[in-house]
Design a protein around this ligand. Structure first.
Ligand SMILES: Cc1ncc(COP(=O)(O)O)c(C=O)c1O
Length: 427
């Protein structure tokens, strides 16, 4: 295909036909040097700020000024039940029952809390299965849980890797390990979408395979929530946790999400690290010494929630509810397919895409490795820096990967076209 056979006018036409195009105006797009918005493809790292966020935070600040402690009951959004204002939309986003989700803490904290309850090594069943290239925090968390149980990570932590020469894990390899070693595995803990390659894992099949062997299955959904549609309840996932600052646009370090399947949610016998906000709400303020877990995911809460940090998550969830994950996914598939096509056609001899070709195995993100400067990391890094200097914001993952994510809520097909154009210029 001729290089110019898909033009910026074609991209604009797709945007005119895009039913979600108006959502772009609901976000603050950082301005570039020429005053036009940057091409912001970094939603996999930090999502952009909805325009409603400042108002929701300001309301809570104002109510605190006006009401002091009374704000717990008398503010416009009373703080006592504030976290529940997020529940319905959170459940909808991840395909859960409202009682199965809660917004609390941060991601790594939630993964630890979940492992305390769901990684229970006993007898021959002691192993924890993760992936070899796991996000460092997940690996640290998993390893430290093993050590906490007095186990040796060298023998009890299974780290499954892609085959030699391949970037992504094959489903069949993963399922075979679970099948072969399942009797010794206590917990399978994997990402929904892999942070480095953007690969989507088959969460339903993994959960089914794990359960068949008597293991539990939990997922880190940092790169998954708000990126692809989820059915955590129907898939039978035991637990999941996610941050809300990436695709969920909740702001830097914002409050994370957590899912506990209903089959566990009322199991008060499950060991857990407890705090007063997870205690039965009817008797919480009796201030008794004995912990009685609240049923549902809320029973894992520790502290009273940070209202000022929940308000931005609420602002964002309202937008997700309005746009709907099914429509967002449809647009995301279109943006990512266009990006892959233009990259292959215009720059195919100078880069490779690590992310799977199969649209069902990827979300918004494409992970790109520049190949023309194969042995020269510095010059590859220079290309990335030149992109940033030209107002194209992606991120760089050592040793040599550019992660770019066109996000359906605020990116356009024109953004995609311009990204490829500028990358070509920078190369
Ligand atoms: C896949 C994954 N897991 C865990 C984390 C750690 O998140 P937090 O710092 O919110 O605990 C991140 C952060 O980017 C991540 O991408």
């Amino acid at each position: 295909m001729d290089k110019q056979s898909f033009t910026v006018a074609d991209a604009r036409k797709l945007d005119i036909d895009d039913p979600l195009a108006a959502f772009r105006d609901r976000f603050h797009l950082p301005p570039g040097k020429d005053g036009n918005p940057q091409i912001y493809f970094c939603g996999h790292s930090l999502g952009l700020q909805p325009k409603t966020t400042a108002q929701l935070v300001a309301e809570e600040l104002a109510d605190w000024q006006r009401l002091g402690v009374e704000g717990h009951f008398r503010s416009r959004h009373p703080w006592m039940p504030y976290h529940r204002f997020l529940t319905e939309h959170t459940a909808e986003l991840v395909g859960a029952l409202p009682t199965e989700v809660v917004n609390m803490n941060s991601l790594t904290v939630n993964l630890h809390l979940m492992m305390v309850s769901f990684y229970r090594p006993r007898g021959e069943r002691r192993k924890l299965l993760i992936e070899k290239g796991a996000f460092p925090s997940d690996r640290y968390a998993a390893e430290s849980q093993l050590l906490f149980h007095g186990l040796d990570p060298a023998t009890e932590l299974i780290e499954i890797a892609p085959r030699d020469g391949e970037y992504t894990l094959r489903d069949e390899d993963l399922l075979r390990v679970i099948d072969e070693q399942g009797a010794e595995i206590a917990l399978v803990m994997l990402p929904g979408v892999q942070y480095y390659t953007g690969q989507v894992f088959d969460m339903a099949a993994i959960t089914e395979a794990a359960h068949k062997k008597g293991c539990l299955a939990g997922f880190d959904l940092a790169h998954t929530a708000g990126n692809i549609p989820l059915q955590l309840h129907d898939w039978g996932v035991d637990f999941a946790a996610w941050c809300s600052y990436k695709y969920l646009n909740g702001g830097p370090g914002s409050v994370a999400g957590c899912f506990v399947h209903e089959r566990h949610a009322s199991d008060r016998e499950l060991p857990r690290f407890a705090g007063w906000w997870g205690h039965d709400q009817d008797s919480r303020f009796e201030m008794g010494p004995e912990f009685k877990a609240m049923p549902g995911a809320e029973g894992w809460q520790l502290s009273n929630p940070p209202i000022l940090a929940l308000a931005p998550v609420l602002a964002s969830l309202e937008i997700f509810h309005e746009a709907g994950m099914a429509r967002l996914r449809e647009k995301s598939l279109s943006l990512t397919a266009l990006m892959a096509k233009l990259l292959h056609e215009r720059l195919g001899d100078r880069l490779e895409i690590l992310t799977p070709d199969n649209p069902q195995q990827r979300g918004c993100q494409l992970s790109i490795r520049l190949t023309a400067q194969r042995d020269d990391r510095e010059s590859r890094r220079e290309v990335f820096d030149a992109l940033a200097a030209n107002d194209v914001i992606c991120d760089w993952r050592e040793p040599d990967v550019i992660r770019a994510a066109p996000v359906p809520l605020y990116n356009s097909h024109e953004d995609v076209w311009r990204f490829v154009e500028r990358l070509e210029e920078c190369l």
